[in-house]
Design a binder for this molecule. Structure first.
Ligand SMILES: [Fe+2]
Length: 338
């Protein structure tokens, strides 16, 4: 009898990858509030009961795991975008307290804080402060089985991750411009707190005819995660009030990347766009024709912009027909871009 492998029996841990302790990790180590968060383990008791049920489904061999996971536990937001409750209040309280404590100590002790990217001024790369082993344990034991079920090609294995906190509030960063991630599968969980606005908008896949067409606006819920491919265009909409923090894990699959599928050759892999881009899907960082549709925001004026999208020949001719003649200068600009 041929045995069906379970996900648990084929888990690939990452012993070959070793990471040097960073200066921030060394400096923060004496101040750690919850040592369990820095261990090479993710305690199952930290999972939301929904995710325990999802995870347990992968413990047993099955031809079709879909039958074992109720739709109300794993919500399909749209094709290729899924959400689920993942962490319980115990973990959220502990994790948030640790991160906030790190922010306080980093100020008082002058610990260098590495930001996730140049457009996020208040987040922190949690791998850099000692949380990598715990997140690796979570990724390999709990996140990967579900990811492989949902994205069999992109999540055939997880070899590494880039994990960070993003933080939005009215007097700080408001949101994040439309982009794709340097990630094969992105896990994004809301850690809190209370807020209005701050939704997450999804558009099409990179280079597809609908790359810049709006598909979904997702409303974050504390403790609930969303899972999607990194190559889907998305952006964090502005927060209206309060404060939102999310933990984001960019999962990397080296074998998938080695096949070159995700190399994102902008010119050769970009199809002719199917229509005028949705306003919410425009990126002031990446889009050459942004100003045809919108005024540049203040944030864009502070950037050294190198817009490239869409590549020459990929924008739809329909755009030119639908631009009002009162915007003559914009039409000229559009012709120049195309
Ligand atoms: Fe992203």
């Amino acid at each position: 009898m041929k045995l069906l492998p379970t996900f648990k029996s084929t888990i690939l841990m990452i012993p070959s990858l070793s990471f040097k302790m960073t200066a921030a990790e060394l400096m923060y180590k004496p101040f750690r509030r919850y040592p369990a968060l820095f261990a090479d383990n993710f305690d199952k008791s930290w999972l939301h009961k929904d995710f325990v049920q999802i995870s347990d489904a992968f413990e047993k061999p099955a031809k079709n795991y879909k039958d074992a996971i109720p739709d109300d536990l794993l919500r399909k937001e749209m094709d290729g975008v899924y959400s689920f409750n993942v962490f319980n209040d115990v973990f959220l309280q502990m994790f948030n307290e640790e991160i906030n404590h790190f922010y306080d100590v980093s100020e008082s002790e002058n610990i260098p804080v590495k930001r996730p990217n140049s457009m996020n001024n208040y987040g922190v790369i949690v791998n850099e402060i000692g949380l990598r082993p715990m997140i690796t344990a979570f990724q390999q034991t709990y996140l990967w089985p579900l990811s492989r079920h949902l994205f069999p090609v992109e999540a055939s294995q997880f070899d590494n991750h880039h994990s960070f906190i993003v933080r939005y509030r009215a007097e700080e960063d408001l949101g994040l411009d439309m982009h794709t991630d340097d990630s094969d599968v992105t896990f994004n969980v809301c850690l809190g707190e209370e807020f209005t606005g701050a939704t997450l908008s999804f558009c099409g896949m990179f280079g597809a005819v609908n790359h810049r067409q709006h598909r979904l606006t997702y409303h974050h819920e504390v403790g609930r995660a969303i899972l999607h491919l990194g190559s889907r265009r998305h952006g964090a909409d502005d927060i209206q009030s309060g404060r939102r923090s999310n933990l984001i894990v960019w999962n990397h699959n080296y074998a998938y990347r080695a096949r070159g599928i995700n190399s994102w050759d902008r010119d050769s892999q970009y199809e002719q766009e199917e229509g005028i881009p949705s306003p919410v899907c425009l990126s002031y960082t990446h889009d050459r024709d942004y100003e045809v549709y919108k005024e540049l925001p203040e944030a864009a004026k502070k950037q050294k912009r190198k817009p490239w999208c869409p590549p020459p020949g990929a924008s739809t001719k329909d755009i030119m027909l639908k631009v009002d003649y009162t915007y003559g200068a914009r039409i000229v600009l559009l012709y120049m871009l195309c």
